[in-house]
Design a protein around this ligand. Structure first.
Ligand code: XLS
Ligand code: MG
Length: 344
């Protein structure tokens, strides 16, 4: 039996706003969320920089660090650790047109400032992982940015981040679209290619989110496999997604249980977690959910992970071998179906 460590972010319990309607639940305090996460079975917390240090734009670098130290103390008292910090480069008026790839030099400077402060925060929290979800690093109007220049700008920013701290590892979380129309780094294949052009490719890897791979028309399990084959799968965000629609962040496995099974299978078969990697969940409650039930999607996702983990452990390698030898993949497929449907 594997002993995965699980992580989650405060944004995964939210007030229910979507692109077409305002908030429908009142806010739950940060401390309450963190305590509930622990009770539910999480041991790691994922942070955006301003989840960790609210109002950081108006604080000095020293104040930011000191706030982060207080947070570390709180996490310690709860027996939790910080998995990573990610600069939130999509909410500020200075990142409307992207951060690192904005056409405006002062906007790019702001984006780098936030990334470096995220490292300061991560270090105070005892983490060496910086996640870059490149939310607006792409275009709304295809001709608005020079795509080659933009990738050079992104590389410059990543190099500056690598230089700032010799121990920091950068996990790029790709997504093909939303909130932008087209992303400059849409898949983990792009991440790994891009990593090779940076100053220290050994410190630039990937975080794969299931839904983001589906949005790119790809199979999340194979995207994970691609990174694992390169020793570059440093984080995962398990969730689910109904095809090429808006980003749904559904509970893990609720749309495509076979794909969810294969995601866990590739992680377990390849020893994911042995270097301390977390199984992160990036799921959101439906808008219809009441505030009293606004942690259900997290409990459900964890339960589904564990149920599928036991299916992976029951997957019979001898049966597999036999069907591989006879090339009877119809039988293999039926075996998997029966396993998933509880007949094996
Ligand atoms: C959004 C992303 C985001 C990142 C963290 O689509 O998944 O939640 O995981 O910045
Ligand atoms: Mg994510």
């Amino acid at each position: 039996m594997t002993l995965f460590k699980f992580s989650v972010g405060p944004w995964n319990v939210h007030e229910g706003a979507d692109a077409f309607g305002p908030e429908v639940r009142s806010s739950i305090s940060f401390e309450h969320k963190i305590r509930r996460f622990k009770e539910i079975g999480f041991s790691g917390i994922q942070f955006h920089d301003d989840d960790a240090v609210p109002d950081m734009n108006n604080l000095s670098e020293e104040q930011i660090k000191s706030h982060a130290r207080d947070l570390k103390h709180f996490l310690d008292t709860q027996g939790l650790e910080a998995e990573f910090v990610a600069p939130r480069l999509w909410m500020d008026s200075r990142t409307i047109d992207g951060g690192f790839t904005s056409n405006s030099a002062s906007d790019r400077e702001f984006a780098l400032w936030r990334a470096l402060r995220s490292i300061d925060i991560a270090k105070q929290l005892g983490s060496n992982k910086l996640v870059l979800w490149l939310a607006r690093e792409g275009t709304l109007c295809a001709e608005s940015k020079d795509p080659v220049l933009s990738l050079h700008r992104l590389r410059e920013a990543v190099n500056a981040i690598l230089e700032y701290d010799p121990h920091i590892k950068i996990l790029i979380e790709p997504k093909p679209n939303e909130p932008i129309d087209r992303s400059f780094i849409p898949t983990v294949g792009h991440v790994l290619g891009f990593a090779n052009g940076t100053k220290d490719p050994n410190r630039v890897g990937a975080l794969l989110e299931s839904a983001h791979a589906v949005l790119a028309g790809l199979e999340p399990a194979l995207e994970m496999a691609f990174c694992l084959a390169h020793n570059k799968l440093w984080g995962v965000h398990l969730n689910d997604q109904n095809g090429l629609r808006y980003d749904q962040d559904k509970s893990f496995g609720v749309e495509n249980i076979r794909s969810a099974f294969n995601q866990l299978k590739v992680l377990i078969d390849n020893g994911y977690g042995k270097n301390g990697e977390y199984i992160g969940l990036d799921v959101k409650a439906m808008r219809t959910q009441s505030i009293e039930e606004s942690f259900c999607h997290l409990e459900n996702s964890l339960k589904i992970v564990k149920m599928l983990e036991s299916k992976v452990n029951r997957f019979n390698k001898n049966v597999l071998k036999q069907y591989q030898e006879t090339r009877n993949y119809e039988a293999l497929e039926m075996y998997v179906m029966e396993l998933l449907l509880g007949e094996k």
